[in-house]
Design a protein around this ligand. Structure first.
Ligand code: FAD
Ligand code: NAI
Length: 507
């Protein structure tokens, strides 16, 4: 009994310690130290965007070395891997947002933030035109920001390939407002289908949820949607249950092309069990307010047209270049052959431009447009800039000491040895290795509390799928959340949804 009592006390104290650590972390978050005032003598470093690339840069950048200005229409960082879970209320959207002002408040020196869209980068004049496109505008809502160094981290926009009707009728899944719109529309379709005396064909249409694009965004969303229906809607509105249908449409012969064959097969068979229909080799050509028209390639290679009625259409066909980036590319002759974004060299310098770097989905460095790549690029640039600042400081010191040699010839030996030691440091600092991406693996949730993972394992690759992988998926994403606050909120949302079910009220 004594052993048991001590074990109980030990567990209790550990739990208390954990709660204390969480509260202390929150306290530190709320009351950060005093910051240095920016020094006008220093170079102005402008960072565009508050996504994975830019925030990874800001996290590691020593802001005392530069006057840092951050410009983005979004005053928060968004943890995109958990965005599909927000569409069904498994996670509440604020749990995966981190205010950028909170991030900047923790820097050694104050950094400025402007909530605005960069509308033009004039790289000859080294200025950026910015515009406040939010609902509330002051008398001045357009101005210019000059820069000495610029980092472009504006991500990408949704690709529609100019297919008619896509912009007007579908929902995308990139931003918080997209997830909110999907959540509202799912419930609108369900409640309208449950309307008294609703027409039978209309019920089928309203309850047909179509996802276009079998990449990880489309697959994860389809899985979340089916879970929502099976765990919650079905129990609350059982009379419409048999009519609910999810279809995933993909132009290629299979979904999740970046995963191994084994995991593609596993995903496809899991979807079959979950009653998610996959239509591969099906290319959507036109969208109207109630139907999509697609071209199917049959096993004999013959093409035929089909029309699919839908209630909700989610369009997840990947990335396209933002107009700001297209415009910058058109100003730089060296970018004329680049199609998918700003071509950068191995130090992430935009080719053909001076003092401009690019990170993440808007940069073409030879890697996939993922959060993993963007955050490693951002962290690399932070190291590069911290290093450049140190190099400049050492250079200035060497110059000062060299000129003092003539003024103080008596101390020549001492000064020369100091110069030699500084030059040694300088050589070490200047020896910066180019950016190297280290792939940690790919993870995706596929519904029914199952996930697939292709992860780097020692020198090889480990492919796994199922419930255990789902636990790994959850713990990996929980640990990757931006802050302790995010982690606590996400964990609480998961518990809340498990215990009480997802909230089906339509906002
Ligand atoms: P973003 O993170 O998109 O950030 C771009 C920033 O630029 C935003 O703050 C935006 O507001 C701002 N901006 C836009 N226009 C302007 C402008 N004109 N001026 C100034 N600022 C501007 N990747 C993974 O590796 N793992 C995952 O599990 C994963 N899951 C995903 C799930 C979903 C639903 C989605 C959509 C993507 C997912 N990704 C994942 C991909 C990942 O989110 C992107 O690759 C990543 O966000 C790219 O980072 P970024 O910094 O380039 O751009
Ligand atoms: P994607 O580019 O990976 O996939 C889009 C899919 O849409 C493609 O398979 C394409 O063949 C298909 N498609 C295009 N046009 C079509 C049409 N007209 N009709 C039918 N199908 C069509 O896009 P996604 O999923 O949005 O991902 C974007 C990036 O974000 C990728 O790099 C991806 O790896 C990353 N990401 C990673 C996640 C993860 O690791 N869990 C989750 C979500 C995104």
């Amino acid at each position: 009994r004594t052993t048991f009592r001590w074990m109980w006390r030990g567990t209790y104290l550990s739990l208390l310690g954990l709660v204390g650590a969480v509260i202390y972390d929150g306290y530190l978050d709320r009351y950060p130290d005093v910051q240095f005032i920016p020094d006008p003598e220093k170079k102005t470093l402008v960072v565009l965007g508050t996504g994975w690339g830019s925030v990874a840069l800001l996290k590691k950048l020593d802001c005392a070395n530069y006057n840092v200005i951050v410009i983005s229409p979004r005053n928060y960082f968004l943890f995109t891997p958990l965005l599909p879970s927000c569409t069904t209320g498994n996670i509440e959207h604020r749990s995966i947002m981190e205010p950028v002002r909170q991030i900047l408040r923790h820097k050694k020196a104050a950094a400025k933030f402007y909530e605005a869209d960069a509308t033009k980068i004039d790289y000859e004049r080294k200025v950026i035109k910015i515009s406040d496109n939010s609902d509330v505008k002051g008398t001045i809502n357009e101005t210019e920001v000059p820069y000495d160094m610029l980092v472009v981290g504006v991500g990408a926009e949704n690709a529609t390939f100019g297919i008619p009707g896509v912009r007007e009728h579908s929902c995308f899944l990139k931003e918080i407002r997209d997830a909110q719109a999907i959540r509202t529309k799912i419930m609108d379709c369900v409640e309208t289908a449950a309307f008294k005396d609703q027409d039978s064909a209309e019920i089928d249409r309203l309850l047909h949820m179509v996802v276009v694009g079998g990449g990880p965004t489309g697959v994860e969303f389809a899985g979340e949607l089916r879970d929502f229906f099976d765990h919650d809607i079905q129990k609350l509105i059982p009379d419409i249950a048999p009519r609910f249908k999810v279809t995933l449409v993909e132009a290629l012969p299979n979904v999740l092309p970046m995963f191994s064959k084994q995991l593609i097969d596993y995903t496809e068979s899991t979807f079959k069990e979950e009653h998610i229909e996959i239509k591969t080799k099906t290319m959507v050509k036109k969208v109207t307010d109630k139907t999509i028209e697609a071209e199917i390639t049959g096993p004999d290679g013959k093409k035929s047209l089909i029309t699919i009625p839908y209630g909700l259409l989610v369009w997840a066909t990947g990335n396209a270049v933002r107009p700001l980036v297209k415009d910058l590319m058109s100003q730089i002759p060296a970018q004329k052959d680049s199609r998918r974004g700003l071509a950068v060299n191995e130090y992430l310098v935009v080719q053909g431009a001076r003092d401009i770097w690019a990170v993440g989905d808007c940069a073409v460095a030879g890697y996939a447009p993922t959060a993993q790549v963007a955050s490693q690029e951002g962290a690399f640039l932070a190291r590069l800039f911290n290093n450049m600042a140190k190099t400049e400081a050492l250079d200035t010191k060497v110059k000062e000491l060299s000129s003092s040699l003539n003024v103080r010839p008596g101390n020549a030996a001492e000064i020369t040895s100091e110069i030699e030691s500084l030059e040694k440091q300088l050589r070490r600092q200047k020896d910066i290795k180019p950016f190297h991406y280290s792939h940690q693996g790919s993870l995706a949730y596929i519904g029914s509390e199952k996930a697939v993972a292709d992860v780097a394992w020692f020198n090889g690759n480990l492919a796994s799928g199922g419930k255990l992988t789902y636990l790994f998926w959850r713990s990996a994403y929980l640990s990757m959340c931006f802050s302790t606050r995010n982690r606590v909120l996400v964990a609480m949302d998961w518990i809340k949804a498990k215990v009480y079910g997802r909230d089906v009220s339509r906002e």
